[in-house]
Ligand binder design. Structure first.
Ligand SMILES: Cc1cc2nc3c(=O)[nH]c(=O)nc-3n(C[C@H](O)[C@H](O)[C@H](O)COP(=O)(O)OP(=O)(O)OC[C@H]3O[C@@H](n4cnc5c(N)ncnc54)[C@H](O)[C@@H]3O)c2cc1C
Length: 148
């Protein structure tokens, strides 16, 4: 079945660092149902041949209100991320999804090791929050490589 493409309204924007921003949006038709680790495709009205499709992972597990929390970098000369940085509360985004198979193995019968850096941490943050909320007994190791 094709994933629904729908508008979402920007509810809040928060700067997490000088170059990383969090955006919370509420889909208009169907509230966001997804597995932690999945991503949505934003269809942005910019670029040489709009829409410009850009993928962003969910940073927070599904909420009862059905909001989507995305976290993104400000990329130098990045077309999509520059557009996202210009959004304000009340603006609308076109998105589809969720997509992706990066999800916890079920049943979860082993410890977990994640290796990530920069905004590659976004889907892992979502997965770890979900695990913490479900009080799962698995041990989670997170290696954030800071070398360049
Ligand atoms: C599954 C998935 C999940 C993702 N999740 C996240 C997430 O949660 N958060 C996040 O921040 N990002 C995420 N990304 C990355 C995101 O989709 C975008 O790729 C990122 O935001 C950059 O897009 P942009 O349009 O701003 O940059 P672009 O315009 O695509 O450019 C990126 C960089 O490449 C340079 N560049 C572009 N074209 C050329 C060229 N022809 N020659 C030389 N240099 C060039 C630009 O100058 C810029 O510095 C994810 C990607 C995938 C595939």
């Amino acid at each position: 079945m094709a994933e629904l493409t729908q508008q979402a309204t920007v509810l809040s924007i928060t700067d997490l660092t000088p170059h990383v921003r969090q955006l919370v949006a509420l889909p208009k038709i169907q509230r966001a149902l997804f597995q932690p680790g999945q991503w949505v495709s934003l269809q942005l009205p910019v670029g040489a041949k709009p829409p410009l499709n850009r993928a962003y992972s969910m940073a927070e597990p599904p909420s009862p209100a059905g909001q989507l929390t995305l976290v993104f970098d400000r990329i130098h000369d990045g077309i999509g991320s520059s557009y996202l940085y210009g959004l304000k509360n009340g603006d609308e985004l076109l998105l589809s999804g969720p997509y992706g198979n990066f999800a916890l193995p079920l049943p979860l019968d082993r410890d977990l090791l994640f290796i990530s850096r920069y905004t590659g941490l976004v889907p892992i943050h979502c997965i770890v929050k979900q695990l913490a909320a479900s009080r799962h007994a698995a041990t989670v190791h997170l290696d954030c490589d800071r070398s360049d």
